[in-house]
Design a protein around this ligand. Sequence first.
Ligand code: COA
Length: 163
Amino acid sequence: MADFTIRPAGPADGAFLADMVVEAANWRVGATRPRPSVLADARHGAYVAGWQRPADRGVVALDGDARPVGAAWYRLFGADRPSLGFVAAGVPELIIGVRPLWRAQGVGRALLRALADRARVEGFARLALSVEHGNFAHELYRSEGFSVVASTADRDTMVRVLR
Ligand SMILES: CC(C)(COP(=O)(O)OP(=O)(O)OC[C@H]1O[C@@H](n2cnc3c(N)ncnc32)[C@H](O)[C@@H]1OP(=O)(O)O)[C@@H](O)C(=O)NCCC(=O)NCCS
């Protein structure tokens, strides 16, 4: 296991979380969609615009020099402005990203677990997410208790019941 620690996300983490939105949007090998284009696209930018709103919660993984290497966070969306993984008002949607050099070392799973703990403490019964077909993160989510509740031609919505 790599040497990293996890702390709660704060208002000053907005720029790093935006970096992770860009990583998530460019998950396919060779994808290089530029940062401004990703963040200007409401389907992606909505996950981080105006960070940190009152109900936003997240966790950030840090390397040994306290530099951020990954983050997972959730945000509530309304039925009037549904997001990619919208399930219902009151079900927060999570997004996750880990810097390429830090992938496949346990950071993503640790972030998912820490965020689920946080959501439970905040009183949420479920967490939702959206994942494109072909992204191995699907298996990671399944192994962390998420199940597919809806599918389109290119992506699945998954939900985890928090016990
Ligand atoms: C998805 C992501 C957050 C996972 O984080 P991570 O730190 O790489 O994940 P972990 O190291 O905790 O690995 C979790 C599991 O996935 C497996 N895994 C990791 N990288 C993999 C890869 N490239 N292909 C297949 N499986 C892989 C690991 O083996 C591990 O399983 P195990 O615990 O049974 O060994 C990270 O890879 C990432 O940022 N990807 C790009 C952005 C993205 O796709 N975000 C999600 C959008 S829905």
